[in-house]
Write a protein that binds this ligand. Structure first.
Ligand code: BGC
Length: 312
């Protein structure tokens, strides 16, 4: 059985072809702005992936509120004028069954099928990218909620007086613990003159400091960057503690580019998590694990969810 999965990200659109569970092809294109352009790029990725053979199904992961009919209603980090009926529009263009889910829901399912969440029936995935995505597996099943909108952990408010979020609220968790949150924390220190190496990596302008500069400088052993990452890890631990109180998972799987920082991130994050978790020393430990599938997790999971929806 051949199924295709496409992850529509804030910056890139990444598709994979899966044949009997193995990745046999990959295509990536930049994500454009606007609904029609998004449909166009999704169709192009699918066309390039499928070559001459017709896949049984196509799965798409989209970064926002995707309802159970595959309509994208709202996406804080995409330029979208209104709602976008991704499933119908794509099914019509492609002539195959299309399944659309939230991007992080897809990533959670991908990690459970093939990655770090394998073997766990109760597991929560968080992806730290432009925003924070959340995917929830309870009793071995993906949780979508009444409308399909479950798992919007990035918009859990952790500081009501905090920075504005593109979603319109203040102090959402993703303002602190996403890849862009890491950049923001880095810029705060850089503006005060406390992180010369970060400013240097950003081409001399503190306003250009991004998350990648922080992780790069951490790799070089820069102390100021390590401090920024430890603050970031505290925010990550705080959110995970809140989620653990709600879901009581066996494990968390954490994905996104910043996971490349390894122990420099995971050691302080696990420490903060243990400090902030209710009754931490009276309950079985909850593992906090790095994701295993990297940037392909969402596309792989989207393909699996599409295969399941198509009865495969
Ligand atoms: C969106 C989520 C999405 C996440 C990661 C958040 O801002 O609200 O739906 O999963 O970003 O893309």
């Amino acid at each position: 059985m051949t199924v295709l999965g496409v992850d529509l990200g804030g910056t890139k659109c990444l598709g994979v072809a899966l044949q009997d569970g193995e990745v046999v092809g990959e295509v990536r294109l930049p994500t454009p702005a606007g609904g029609d352009a998004l449909l166009e790029v999704l169709s192009t990725v699918v066309d390039r992936l499928r070559g001459s053979s017709t896949p049984e199904a196509v799965g798409v992961g989209a970064p926002g509120l995707v309802d159970r009919d595959g309509v994208l209603h709202f996406a804080a980090n995409l330029t979208l004028e209104g709602e976008l009926d991704l499933r119908s529009a794509l099914a019509e263009r492609l002539g195959v069954p299309v399944q659309v889910d939230n991007d992080a829901t897809c990533a959670a399912w991908g990690e459970r099928a093939h990655g770090a969440a394998r073997g766990f029936d109760d597991v929560v995935l968080v992806t730290l990218g432009t925003g924070i995505g959340g995917g929830i597996v309870v009793a071995g099943r993906v949780v979508r909620g009444a409308n399909g909108f479950a798992g919007e952990m990035g918009h859990m408010v952790v500081d009501p007086q905090g920075p504005l979020c593109p979603c319109g609220q203040r102090g959402c968790w993703e303002r602190f613990a996403s890849g862009s949150g890491l950049g923001r924390l880095g810029r705060e220190v850089a503006r005060r003159g406390g992180a010369p190496r970060l400013v240097e990596l950003a081409g001399g302008d503190p306003e250009q400091v991004r998350g990648e500069h922080v992780t790069l400088a951490v790799g070089e052993g820069d102390e100021a960057a390590v401090e920024v990452l430890v603050r970031f890890a505290w925010w990550l631990g705080l959110g995970l503690a809140n989620l653990a109180n709600i879901f009581d998972p066996e494990a968390f799987v954490v994905g996104g580019g910043v996971v490349g920082a390894g122990d420099a991130l995971f050691t302080p994050a696990r420490r903060a998590f243990a400090e902030l978790l209710q009754g931490a020393d009276r309950r079985p430990p909850i593992s906090v694990l790095p994701a295993a599938l990297g940037e392909r997790a969402g596309a792989i999971g989207a393909a699996y969810l599409a295969a399941e929806a198509a009865g495969g």
